[in-house]
Design a protein around this ligand. Sequence first.
Ligand SMILES: NC(=O)c1ccc[n+]([C@@H]2O[C@H](COP(=O)([O-])OP(=O)(O)OC[C@H]3O[C@@H](n4cnc5c(N)ncnc54)[C@H](O)[C@@H]3O)[C@@H](O)[C@H]2O)c1
Length: 168
Amino acid sequence: MSNADKPFHNDLVVVTGAGSGIGRATALAFAANGARLVAADINLAAATSVCELIRERNGEAHAHQVDVADAAGPGFTSTSIARSARLVGVPEAEQERVHERLAKALRRRRFPPHKVARAVLLAVLQDRPVVPVNTEARVTYALSLVAPRALRALARQGARRSPFRPGS
Ligand SMILES: NC(=O)c1ccc[n+]([C@@H]2O[C@H](COP(=O)([O-])OP(=O)(O)OC[C@H]3O[C@@H](n4cnc5c(N)ncnc54)[C@H](O)[C@@H]3O)[C@@H](O)[C@H]2O)c1
């Protein structure tokens, strides 16, 4: 396919958290489909590394360091988030043990970030603002539409009973 035939030819796409996991896979997928990329991440070295990869593949990409305050997410996806996330409410001494358990659980999920990236690209093409990408995301999204209060109650319950809390 020539560059001009690609679906995002000449589009400028900004991906936050582009240095790793879902953001990285999404940045690479947009670039492979013709977009010019701004890869934004709090970790400039990681954003720069994804841009280098895009340029090696004859794409155009620019790295920027940004700190985003908040982000929406998919269902469970097998990325390195378990190791990089700071676990709120978990004492320092417990962080590593809980990180390991979370990382194992995500590996078992076997849902790679490139599947989320593909869903993001499709969502943009179809102009859909919300796209649940795997089973748990679909169930959660359906529940948020038909019973938002029940979902909030479940989330509160889950937070209290989370297996990733210390002492469980
Ligand atoms: N992986 C999952 O199962 C899962 C589930 C639900 C939600 N999410 C959400 O999806 C998003 C991506 O997750 P991932 O699994 O790819 O994680 P990841 O750890 O692999 O990648 C996250 C990237 O975001 C960057 N980042 C972290 N804090 C930032 C900040 N304040 N400003 C800018 N960049 C920042 C990191 O440097 C890293 O490159 C996150 O918002 C996460 O909370 C992921």
